[in-house]
Design a protein around this ligand. Structure first.
Ligand code: FEO
Length: 384
């Protein structure tokens, strides 16, 4: 439990979890952050995942030191943060639940009609709540990451309680660099909603923020401009880093040989290249990297008059997250009717502002003189 001017960290680390949200591998675990402000009034900011209710209630009890609990601020109703609301209401029946009207209406959906009977206070954008010397202002943040989400700004310590925003995968007792896992987390869960994040960043620009307290990952207290800049890049679908991502599948190794040759040619020209085998790397990592770099090469085979399944899922993941504003090239392989490039292009046609490089590589089973020339030509175009 960490205390900072009456603000306590009372969250938990989860090292039991294998897949966050049932889909994202989290090799470093996950944190479910929760905070307490103990002023004239006491307020808890969000609960935790159902598997950690007891540990979290113990953390809260220690921080309260016997005081009564006045408020639970509910920023987000996704169960990683709301699953322990019922247990809290049972232990502290005098508590008032504070959330957006939509969040409060979701309580019955999760816990059953009229199961949670303590007082409730609906708040909206701009409403304030005084805790004593600390005052909260509420900020609507719909679709970051659900429609009911709100954030709170505490004006004395100048803290932004940012809900899911500015979070990352990984438990807090695992030391790792912020950006890669924050990017994978952001692109994975919020990537589709860049416009809403841009709108939030505009509101945040009007606030003096000294620290950001997210619901996952570390509290951010230094170089806040760098973190906010990353969110601006990701939510505006801008290029974060120069370089080319090559995402491929290969059944018998021939497409892989083409990828290796292209990598060699690009590297010789001084290009930064990242290569990912989609059958052997979880797609959440590769999708996040596709949003990092400015250029991407898709390399796959024709398969059942479609494209290889891992590539199909990868492209669906990009489209779902509004992939845009990138330079795109294709390598296709097929033994009798190669149509992979055509299908990949069709699948990506709904994405805005993609620059399709006309120089495609066509492999008829294995590399030959013609496809080697096409790879050299593609390397020349990509490195211009
Ligand atoms: Fe961390 Fe959208 O829940």
């Amino acid at each position: 439990m960490i205390s900072n001017n009456d603000v306590y960290y009372i969250g938990v680390n989860d090292h039991q979890i294998d897949l966050f949200e049932g889909q994202y591998p989290v090799q470093s675990g996950m944190s479910y952050n929760s905070y307490l402000i103990a002023d004239e009034k006491t307020a808890v900011f969000d609960t935790v995942d159902i598997h950690f209710t007891t540990q979290w209630l113990n953390n809260l009890s220690s921080a309260l030191c016997g005081r009564k609990l006045d408020y639970l601020i509910i920023h987000h109703m996704e169960p990683d943060h709301s699953a322990s609301v019922k247990a809290l209401a049972e232990k502290y029946p005098e508590v008032t639940l504070v959330g957006s009207a939509k969040a409060l209406s979701m309580l019955d959906n999760f816990f059953g009609a009229n199961v949670i009977n303590c007082a409730k206070k609906a708040v909206k954008e701009g409403d304030k709540l005084s805790l004593g010397k600390h005052e909260l202002s509420f900020i609507a943040a719909p679709m970051i990451h659900w429609p009911e989400v709100m954030m709170s700004y505490e004006s004395t310590e100048k803290i932004l309680f940012s809900a899911d925003a500015f979070g990352k995968f990984g438990a807090l007792d695992v030391k790792e660099e912020w950006t890669d896992e924050a990017r994978r987390y952001y692109i994975g869960i919020v990537g589709k909603y860049g416009a809403q994040v841009q709108s939030l960043l505009k509101k945040a620009a009007a606030l003096e923020i000294k620290s950001i307290y997210p619901l996952h990952g570390p509290i951010l207290e230094e170089n806040l401009a760098e973190y906010i800049k990353k969110y601006d890049i990701w939510s505006s679908y801008s290029v974060e880093s120069e370089g080319t991502l090559i995402a491929y599948t290969s059944i018998y190794g021939n497409t892989k040989k083409a990828v290796e040759l292209l990598t060699e040619k690009l590297t010789e020209k001084g290009e930064k290249v990242t290569v990912r085998d989609l059958a052997r790397t979880d797609k959440s990592f590769v999708i996040a990297e596709a949003f990092k770099y400015g250029k991407i090469v898709f390399a796959t085979t024709t398969y059942n008059a479609e494209i290889f399944p891992f590539m199909s899922e990868f492209i669906e993941g990009l489209v779902e997250r509004n992939f845009k504003n990138r330079t795109v090239a294709f390598i296709e392989n097929g033994s009798w009717v190669p149509i992979a490039a055509k299908i990949m292009k069709e699948k990506l046609s709904v994405c805005k502002d993609l620059n399709f490089i006309p120089q495609e590589v066509k492999i008829l089973s294995s590399l030959n003189e013609s496809s080697i020339c096409q790879i050299e030509e593609l390397a020349n175009v990509l490195s211009k």
